[in-house]
Every structure is written in structure tokens, then in C-alpha cells.
Write a protein that binds this ligand. Structure first.
Ligand SMILES: Cc1cc2nc3c(=O)[nH]c(=O)nc-3n(C[C@H](O)[C@H](O)[C@H](O)COP(=O)(O)OP(=O)(O)OC[C@H]3O[C@@H](n4cnc5c(N)ncnc54)[C@H](O)[C@@H]3O)c2cc1C
Length: 508
């Protein structure tokens, strides 16, 4: 692991992987077994940064607006959001909940080898996934969800099962975060190079004498603003793999000349391939939150329990701190330490937006829209999700939790302070539909922009050019499972093994 400032001006590798994140690290690590690999990450190291490594510091990096902060903020249609800018990618700044994707995801993602899917999950889990110690707040949510009809209680499981369960986490029993960077312990150190603070600005293409343009190198910049070029060695089957995430990958394709003509023309970018689908169908799963104040402190927890409803709403909870960064002014007298959150995520979603490049600087955010709740089906899932949260809150199991911890006056106070409760009892003119729209926020599971069948083929190769694949959250049609990191880590390992084994077989 070196700073890009130390890199030579020109270098040569069999594989160049752009983006040292959730998907990019398992790919690069796996390919290094037999080939030379350069992994380029625009951010710094997650190690020795207590804000990243310590679970109870979750989200502090959202307040760091320096150019090298591990989370880069962006805003879409009034909803604040964030993307990773650090080795480990999303796994270095996320809430850590780990739950495998559903069968349908494997089909959509064209992953057909069931044994390899299982092995790839286990490869990750061995290094960076842990069980969770569920205490009273999360236990109350779990029992309340089951009583509210999110059945059966599936106990602890990594699998995607309808009902209520406890999932895994990338935090160990001491609350220490294990990121995708921990998977680098699997890498073959011979011929593997990882550069930090290496921002890729462009993928280079050769056209001459070819039926299709071929990717053959990348230009990246170090923190001094110095440009470096890394080329693919002249060997058949060498490739560049773009894993810069749902915002980074479509952005970099466009900056390199692959994208909608009008956008490339507007910024005077030379067209390599006109591709109207790059940046299309961006989606973010809407999240709506219920804060439950408590007169006593609630134990701190990130996501531990999830209710997987049959109607497509996923219900999760956290407690003891404001991980969702809601405005608590409605709950005077209560602090996030004195309360818990129950929230629901709409799966899919069906509502889509798009991504456009704002300028030619790869370090800046592109412009993104998600158009939350433009599809009525998403709105109905939200309404049903909130109704289920209310049932959970009003369940006997939850009453027992309240009774054990609060006085009668506290409970009365609490019920008065929950506007959603009032809504459910018909005491307000606001409909739940309107409430969903008014209080929408993100669970940071945005995806899309380089879809299978549109921008890439079933092998994740960019359609219309040679020697370039995109493998990361930008390829997803829907957010997999309840939370996507497990599926993306698996996808990285799966594709790494697939590329490697096909190539070795072909070269024999
Ligand atoms: C705050 C937050 C909380 C979340 N909570 C959870 C959770 O609890 N559970 C869960 O399963 N999921 C969670 N997620 C979602 C999950 O972490 C992401 O979906 C996943 O990490 C995305 O993986 P990726 O490989 O597509 O992109 P990333 O992991 O973001 O990787 C992309 C990498 O590319 C780098 N990059 C981008 N552009 C360039 C460039 N031009 N040059 C060089 N490098 C570049 C980035 O710095 C980044 O490291 C959360 C996400 C966030 C942001």
C-alpha cells in the first residue's frame, strides 16, 4: 500500500482495477493470485482512523467536509447523501449490517454457479463478518415485529428469509470495524500494487485498426496534482476493471468518452462510444424513520434486527444514537441517547432517476436524481412499512419493554410525541402517503447507471469496447437483500474467480 505520489510516471500491469471499494478489493485480490494487478483508490487508508474503526463513531465523518474526508457528501432533490472516498469504500463508512442477497439477485446479476456463490460469501465472512450481541431495545423490536406479523422469527441468519431475524455485522465483539481492506490479506504480494490518493481521471482507448475501441490504460492523479499513466501489459486478455461505485463508474465512463452524446458534447469530451444508457436508471431506496423517545438511555446499537416483509418493505432498527441524523426538534427534552429508531426501506425501488456529469473533474460529484416515490408501488410499500412499524410499536412485546423502562406519564408523553401514532389514529389530515414523501431520506443503498444488458453484457464487459468491465453497485437493477454490501462483496469475489478460471483454462 503506497501513496500515489510515490508511483512511477508510467507503469504496466495485467489488470488495472479502478476503485478500492467493496467490490473492487475482492476482485483485485483474487486476480493477483496469477497476474500483476494495480488497484487505484482515490481515498486514504481506513486503518488507524478511530472515526472509521470504532462502531460508536459511526457517521462522525459526515461532518468532515475536507477534500480528503472519507465520506463525500452529495445532495439529491433535497435529500442529503454520502459516498465513500476511502480504501474499503462503503464498508469503511457504512452502518455495518450484513445480510446476503435473495435468489432473484443472483438471477438478475447472471451469477449461475451456486457453489461459487456460497464459497464467495464464505470467503468474505471468514475475514470480516461477525455475529451480534442483541440487547433489550433490539430484542423488543424483534419481538414486536413478529407480533406485528413479520413472521416467522428466523433467529440469527445471514440468509434472506421472509420474517424477522438477527443479521451479521462487519463490527466484531469489541465494536471494531472490519472493512473490505481486510480482504487484502488474501492478496498475492508479488505483483500486487495498491495506490492510495490515486484519482483516476480517464480510461484510455485505442481505435486504430480495430473494429472496436480497446481500453489500454488509465490516467490518474496524485495529491500533488501530478499525472501518472498505468498501461495494460501487451498480453491478450489483460483488462481494466471499473469498480468506482454507483456514482463513480458511470461518471468515469462518461469522462472517458463513453456515454450519451449530448452530455459528452456539452463538455467537449471526445466520443469513444455513443452509449445513451450510461447514467440512466439511477435509484436510491427510500427510507422513512420513526424515532421512539425513552426517558432512560437506550443501549447503543447499529442495525442488528431486520423484518423482511412479504410486501417489499424492510424494517430495521438502531438505538442510543442518531445514526439516521434526523432532526429531533420535534421531541423536545429527548436526545438520541434517549431513544431508538425504527425505519423502513422500500426494496427495489421502481422509481428511477439519472446521473449527469457536471464538469470534467473526476473528483467532483456528478449530478444525480433518484425521483423517490414517482412509482405508486414504492409509495404503497412505504405506507405498509410504516403501518407495520406502528403495529410493532403498539405490540404487547413492545409494551412490556416500555413498561419495564418507563412510568405511565412517560408512556403517555411518548405516545403524544409520536406524530406517526397520531396519524395512524386519524388525528391529522396528513395521509401516510404524504408523510412518506415529506419525510423521505436515504439508507445509502443507491445503485444503477451501468446496467446489465444496457451498458455491460452478462460477463460485465462493457458493450461496444474491448478489455473493459464494470463490476460494482452501478450494475445493480435493484438493491440486493435487505442491505447490499454482502452481495457486492460476494459479486467481487465471484467475478474475480470467474475471470481467473476462464483465463487460465483458455491459456492452457
Ligand atoms: C453511510 C452508509 C451506510 C451504509 N450502511 C450499510 C449497511 O449497514 N449494510 C450494507 O450492506 N450496506 C450499507 N451501505 C451500502 C454499501 O456500503 C454500498 O452499497 C457498497 O459499499 C457499495 O459498493 P461499491 O463497490 O459499489 O462502491 P464503493 O464501496 O463505494 O467503492 C467505490 C470505490 O471507488 C473509489 N473511487 C471512486 N471514484 C474513483 C476514481 N475516479 N478514482 C479512484 N477511485 C475512485 C471510491 O473512493 C470507493 O472507495 C451503506 C452505505 C453508506 C454510504
Amino acid at each position: 500500500m503506497h501513496e500515489a505520489t510515490k508511483a512511477s510516471k508510467v507503469s504496466f500491469f495485467d489488470y488495472i482495477v479502478i476503485g478500492g471499494g467493496t467490490t473492487g478489493i475482492p476482485i483485485a485480490t483474487t486476480l493477483s493470485a496469477n497476474y500483476s494487478v494495480l488497484l487505484l483508490e482515490r481515498g486514504g487508508s481506513p486503518y488507524n482512523d478511530a472515526n472509521i474503526t470504532n462502531a460508536s463513531n459511526f457517521g462522525l465523518y459526515f461532518f468532515d467536509t475536507s477534500p480528503d474526508a472519507p465520506a463525500q457528501q452529495f445532495m439529491t432533490q433535497g435529500v442529503p447523501n454520502a459516498r465513500a472516498r476511502v480504501l474499503g469504500g462503503g464498508t469503511s463508512i457504512n452502518a455495518g449490517f450484513y445480510s446476503r442477497g435473495e435468489e432473484q439477485f443472483n438471477k438478475d446479476a447472471k451469477l449461475t454457479d451456486v457453489d461459487l456463490i456460497q464459497e464467495s460469501y464464505e470467503w468474505t465472512e471468514k475475514v470480516m463478518v461477525f455475529g451480534q450481541d442483541v440487547q433489550s431495545w433490539q430484542s423488543a423490536v424483534r419481538a414486536g415485529l413478529v407480533e406485528a406479523g413479520v413472521k416467522p422469527d428466523n433467529g440469527f441468519s445471514y440468509d434472506h428469509l421472509v420474517g424477522t431475524k438477527v443479521g451479521g455485522a462487519i463490527f466484531d465483539e469489541n465494536g471494531t470495524r472490519h472493512t473490505a481492506a481486510d480482504l487484502l490479506q488474501y492478496a498475492n504480494p508479488n505483483g500486487f500494487s495498491l495506490l492510495l490518493h490515486a484519482t483516476v481521471h480517464k480510461i484510455l482507448f485505442k481505435h486504430k485498426g480495430r473494429s472496436k475501441p480497446r481500453a489500454y490504460g488509465v490516467v490518474f492523479e496524485d495529491t500533488f496534482g501530478k499525472k501518472h499513466v498505468a498501461y495494460l501489459k501487451r498480453r491478450k486478455n489483460n483488462e481494466i476493471i471499473l469498480s468506482a461505485g454507483a456514482l463513480g463508474s458511470p461518471q468515469l465512463l462518461m469522462l472517458s468518452g463513453i456515454g450519451p452524446k449530448d452530455q459528452l458534447d456539452a463538455l467537449n469530451i471526445k466520443i469513444v462510444l455513443e452509449q445513451p444508457f450510461v447514467g440512466q436508471d439511477m435509484a436510491d431506496n427510500p427510507l422513512n424513520v420513526l424515532f421512539i423517545p425513552s426517558p432512560i438511555s437506550v443501549e447503543r446499537s447499529l442495525v442488528q434486527v431486520v423484518g423482511i416483509t412479504p410486501f417489499g418493505s424492510y424494517i430495521e432498527a438502531s438505538g442510543g444514537f442518531n445514526i439516521i441524523f434526523v432532526n429531533l426538534s420535534d421531541y423536545q427534552g429527548y436526545t438520541p441517547e434517549m431513544g431508538g429508531f425504527i425505519y423502513e426501506k422500500v426494496n427495489g425501488p421502481l422509481s428511477k432517476g439519472d446521473l449527469k456529469i457536471a464538469n470534467r473533474n473526476a473528483s467532483d460529484n456528478p449530478l444525480v436524481t433518484f425521483n423517490y416515490f414517482t412509482e405508486p408501488e414504492d409509495l404503497q410499500k412505504c405506507v405498509k412499512g410504516i403501518e407495520t412499524i406502528l403495529k410493532t410499536f403498539n405490540s404487547e412485546a413492545f409494551s412490556n419493554y416500555k413498561l419495564a423502562n418507563m412510568t405511565d406519564k412517560d408512556i403517555l408523553d411518548l405516545n403524544m410525541k409520536i406524530p406517526y401514532n397520531l396519524i395512524a389514529h386519524g388525528n391529522t389530515s396528513t395521509s401516510l402517503e404524504q408523510h412518506c414523501k415529506d419525510t423521505v431520506r436515504t439508507i445509502w443503498h443507491y445503485h444503477g447507471g451501468c446496467h446489465i444488458g444496457k451498458v455491460i453484457d452478462d460477463e460485465y464487459k462493457v458493450i461496444g469496447v474491448d478489455s473493459l468491465r464494470v463490476i460494482d453497485g452501478s450494475t445493480l437493477l435493484n438493491s440486493p437483500g435487505t442491505n447490499p454490501q454482502a452481495s457486492l462483496l460476494m459479486l467481487g469475489r465471484y467475478m474475480g474467480v470467474t475471470i481467473l478460471s476462464q483465463r487460465i483454462a483458455g491459456e492452457k
